[in-house]
Ligand binder design. Structure first.
Ligand code: KIV
Length: 263
């Protein structure tokens, strides 16, 4: 695999080629994912749940994200390395700039921020300073307390229209990618068709440009398997084969299937 850049992902979208994304938290898995040619590794703040055993991503700190970013970066040389900015690390533009710079210096190629149009100025500011941004809409786990739980978002017309408007504002501001989590499949399709930037879905139906799963979910070792995930290790005989099966299923359009989505 050649080194994956934003341009590579734009080319995938232009060619109608779906691409796989997986969360990654350490150098060993980074090496495996690179061998299997996973286009994008995400150092997700889901590490709060799956590595630390926290009840949410809210307790995750900048120091912890920088630590895991550096570990993954040491195991990776070709995949695009995207990193979550943790809770409250981008509450103001000043904080966003200082913290995004720290993650980029730890080895990130791009940062991911949860939120809608209120992030317009932050995305513009980071993007203008050479820090690529992935926006994250739909179920935004850092807001779990405000959302009153982990619920599907954008189910009513107002919510869906708001999400489409937010996505376009963030794209105009300079976002290069969008993650959409737990939204109706039809909305996932509309977002992917109407935006120029590649849209990466998780619980967003079969029609997004790309797919992301939490590593521990796709290996079937999380405490609870979400409806939108699949245990790829159960179909194979090694972790490497499971990651390869996930990649193939995403690229062929076999995963996610309609049954993994929400109406
Ligand atoms: O933290 C994470 O793993 C994520 C994915 C669920 C997209 O943001």
């Amino acid at each position: 695999m050649k080194k994956v850049t934003i341009q590579t992902l734009q080319q995938h979208k232009a060619n109608g080629e779906k691409f796989p994304v997986l969360t990654c938290y350490d150098a060993t898995f980074a090496r495996l994912m690179e061998q299997v040619e996973i286009d994008v590794m995400l150092v997700g703040d889901s590490l709060g749940n799956v590595i630390q055993g926290q009840g949410s991503t809210v307790p995750v700190t900048m120091d912890e994200m920088a630590y895991h970013t550096a570990a993954v970066a040491r195991g990776n040389s070709k995949s695009l390395l995207m990193v979550d900015m943790p809770f409250m690390s981008y509450a103001t533009e000043e904080q966003a700039l200082a913290n995004a710079a720290e993650l980029m210096q730890a080895g990130a190629h791009m940062v991911k921020l949860e939120g809608g149009a209120w992030l317009e100025e932050t995305v513009l500011m980071l993007s203008e300073r050479g820090i690529p941004v992935c926006a994250h809409l739909g179920l935004t786990p850092q807001s779990v307390n405000k959302l009153s739980g982990y619920k599907v978002q954008g189910r009513d017309q107002d919510g869906a229209e708001q999400m489409l408007a937010d996505a376009h504002i963030l794209q105009e501001a300079g976002a290069d990618l969008l993650v959409v989590e737990c939204i109706p499949s039809e909305l996932g399709k509309q977002l992917s068709q109407s935006l120029e930037m590649p849209v990466i879905g998780i619980g967003a139906g079969p029609d997004t440009d790309a797919q992301v799963l939490v590593l521990h979910d796709m290996l079937g070792i999380s405490a609870r398997l979400p409806k939108f995930s699949h245990n790829f290790l159960a179909d194979t005989d090694s972790i490497e084969a499971a990651i390869a099966a996930y990649k193939t299923a995403v690229e062929n359009g076999n995963f996610p299937a309609a049954e993994h989505g929400f109406k």
